[in-house]
Write a protein that binds this ligand. Structure first.
Ligand code: AKB
Length: 317
């Protein structure tokens, strides 16, 4: 990995991943790819090259790959689960037609490709506890359908054409730089913003609904480590279960209240998000990632909560 294109560089993951890779490879061309209306600003704009990179525009992507001699593409363009239920055709177009554009460019230009999958690739028939690496994947959401297709297409390009595709199944990601937009797990980010602002939080997910979650620094480490992993050790490719913590809204509320006494939360359950959440694993088994590329998270719920509150106090107050 030397010259990298991050597609979706201004999103929740991209804004932090681009900066991390720029710090890791200061001599490389680390291009912040964006779409119109979501242009990079501030440090992201000033610390390296940026370019309009719409996944649905193959010739635009090809031009960037040639101009910057790109060898690795992080494809972070996606509509998240709740939004994808409102715009299923658009979600398919971005997530699958866009992926095909990227994989074809990667095949012709010898690029490695990371396209994240998600806990959303599982469905109601999947075992919810210690969800195995290789198991039933029959999601009922459009987001899930695109994530299963992403895993299959990425493996197809590896087996048929030798394209170096690798990825992970991200849990819900909690971060303090860029807000997520339109996901089922967004509540676990928004709750911290409300708590630090001293506001009551209205939770769209019902008590007792457990989902896998992860703090952004661990997610970024996974995204980098999987692409740097020794390929001879990889039995799997698309995509690895990775896990670090699992909680329901009550456990999260109680943990935040330990640090912000008096924090209040009430429930207004969103039926679309709740149905999706109930079809997702409680906790994935990530032993294959641990064995094949030494995956190990650093943050638990306590460590993340301390860091989130500290970062948000500096940002918001
Ligand atoms: C979502 O909630 O849609 C995403 C995800 C878990 O993939 N955060």
């Amino acid at each position: 990995m030397k010259n990298v294109l991050v597609i979706g560089s201004t999103g929740q993951i991209g804004s932090e991943l681009t900066m991390k890779i720029r710090r890791m490879i200061p001599e490389g061309n680390i291009v912040a790819g964006y779409i119109k209306g979501a242009e990079p600003k501030g440090e992201l704009l000033e610390s390296g090259p940026s370019a309009e990179a719409d996944v649905c525009n193959g010739s635009q992507l090809l031009e960037i790959v040639k101009k910057y001699d790109i060898d690795t593409i992080y494809n972070l363009a996606a509509l998240l689960s709740a939004v994808a239920e409102k715009k299923p055709q658009l979600a398919w177009h971005i997530q699958i037609d866009g992926l095909m554009n990227i994989l074809e460019i990667a095949r012709e230009n010898n690029c490695a490709v990371f396209t994240p999958s998600s806990i959303g690739s599982f469905g109601p028939e999947t075992p919810r506890a210690n969800t195995p690496q290789d198991t039933i994947q029959r999601p009922r959401s459009m987001y899930g359908c695109t994530k299963v297709a992403t895993e299959l297409l990425s493996d197809y390009y590896f087996h048929k054409y030798g394209v170096d595709t690798r990825s992970v199944r991200f849990p819900g990601l909690i971060s303090n730089v860029t807000l997520p937009g339109g996901g089922t797990t967004d509540y676990a980010v928004e709750i911290y913003y409300a708590a630090v602002r001293g506001e009551e939080f209205v939770c769209p997910i019902a008590p007792g609904t457990f989902m896998d979650m992860m703090y952004m620094p661990d997610a970024l480490k996974a995204a980098v480590d999987i692409m740097n992993a020794d390929p001879s050790r990889l039995v799997h490719r698309n995509s690895f279960n990775i896990a670090s913590m699992s909680f329901d809204p009550e456990i999260l509320r109680a943990k935040i209240e330990e640090h912000i006494p008096g924090f209040k939360m009430r429930y207004e359950v969103d039926p679309v998000r709740q149905a999706i959440a109930e079809s997702w694993p409680d906790k994935m088994d990530d032993s294959c990632a641990r064995e094949e590329w030494d995956w190990k998270p650093s943050y638990d719920l306590e460590g993340m909560t301390v860091d989130m509150i500290d970062a948000l106090r500096k940002k918001l107050l």
